[in-house]
Design a protein around this ligand. Structure first.
Ligand code: NAP
Length: 318
């Protein structure tokens, strides 16, 4: 039986920080890389707010450095995706790529969250050819072009405001008349002369010609009429979905799908299973906060393996 003391699922800043700490604690963790090795930061360009890099650092470089640091202390990496788990008894079973089984006395889940898509015709085919979920990554390619941003939350406001640095015009399309975004983010977008608004409209199709996006077709929710908003870029900013489906309900999650952790530590509803990073954090979602929770998860796991972790939810009122 392929059994380890610790398995870590995911290689974003949370998983890699957990791996560094677990490896330095001589736990020889097995780290399952996931479907986006390095996590969302590998899709970004320069990171200017990760402490310790006064000149900034490229996202992929930061993740590569974290990985090398974990490897240096003995973390073992496996390219693959955790497709299912059995957490009913220890050692926990982790199935990778639906066939390979690994066992662990304790587990850290740091599988992150993925951008939600609209699920409309033309969208998937145009990903990378005009459709994007990351303004920071792709905004640069839309210099002096028209862009549509879909969504009414903080992400949409932030992305639209950021994109005005490049675009000739940014149109925010939202499916309701009221925005979900915080007042300060709304105000910032409203005060930006390059941003236009198409409220109470539902996106129905991404239109492309010769493999290039030419616009977003929308339906007016009141009149039912449809029209094409001409744009060369469509940025989808409608939130993220935590990657927890593979857990199949064995760990307690909230109504959106984020893992619920004890507010005083990183314990989940299953003893010996800890969670960190975006898979349990819908609020901060920063590289540095993810790394911080990764450190906490690894320290909790170490204590758990020593038999000194107190799995106590009573202070939370549960
Ligand atoms: P969000 O708050 O869940 O907003 C998602 C938006 O997308 C909503 O306006 C929603 O419409 C719309 N939407 C969802 N599914 C859609 C669909 N299928 N078709 C069309 N529209 C759809 O997500 P978020 O903006 O990513 O923010 C997530 C969390 O991160 C929030 O807590 C936010 O405050 C935080 N955040 C903070 C900052 C910041 O402060 N700098 C920046 C980004 C995010 P409805 O409103 O109709 O549901």
């Amino acid at each position: 039986m392929n059994e380890r003391q610790a398995i870590i699922l995911g290689t974003g800043p949370a998983g890699l920080t957990a791996a560094i700490y677990a490896a330095r604690a001589n736990l020889n963790p097995l780290v399952i890389e996931g479907n986006e090795p390095g996590g969302q930061l590998t899709l970004t360009t320069e990171i200017e707010n990760f402490p310790g890099f006064p000149e900034g650092i490229m996202g992929p470089d930061l993740m590569e450095n974290m990985r090398k640091q974990a490897e240096r202390f003995g973390a073992e990496f496996l390219f693959g995706i955790a497709t299912s788990v059995d957490l009913t008894h220890r050692p926990f079973r982790v199935t990778v790529n639906e066939t390979d089984e690994f066992y662990a006395q304790a587990l850290i889940i740091s599988t992150g969250a993925s951008a939600k898509m609209l699920g409309i015709p033309g969208e998937t085919e145009a990903l990378g050819h005009g459709v994007s979920t990351c303004a920071t990554c792709d905004g640069f390619f839309f210099r002096d072009k028209k862009i549509v941003v879909v969504g009414g939350g903080d992400s949409a406001m932030e992305e639209a405001t950021f994109l005005t640095k490049f675009a000739s015009e940014v149109t925010i399309v939202h499916r309701r008349n009221a925005l979900r975004a915080s007042k300060v983010m709304q105000d910032r977008a409203h005060n930006n002369p390059k941003i236009k608004w198409v409220m109470n409209h539902t996106p129905i199709a991404v239109k492309s010609e010769d493999n290039h996006v030419v616009g977003l077709e929308v339906r007016d929710n009141e009149s039912g009429t449809t029209r094409l908003l001409e744009a060369e870029g469509v940025f989808v900013a409608i939130g993220h979905q935590p990657n927890t489906a593979f857990l199949n309900g064995q760990v307690e999650i909230d109504k959106v799908g984020y893992i619920i952790t004890n507010p005083y530590n990183t314990a989940t509803s299953v003893e010996g299973v800890f969670a960190c990073g975006d898979v349990m954090d819908s609020r901060y979602r920063q590289a540095i906060t993810a790394a911080g929770t990764g450190c906490r998860a690894s320290m909790d796991l170490e204590k758990y393996l020593e038999g000194s972790f107190v799995h106590d939810w009573s202070m939370t009122g549960r």
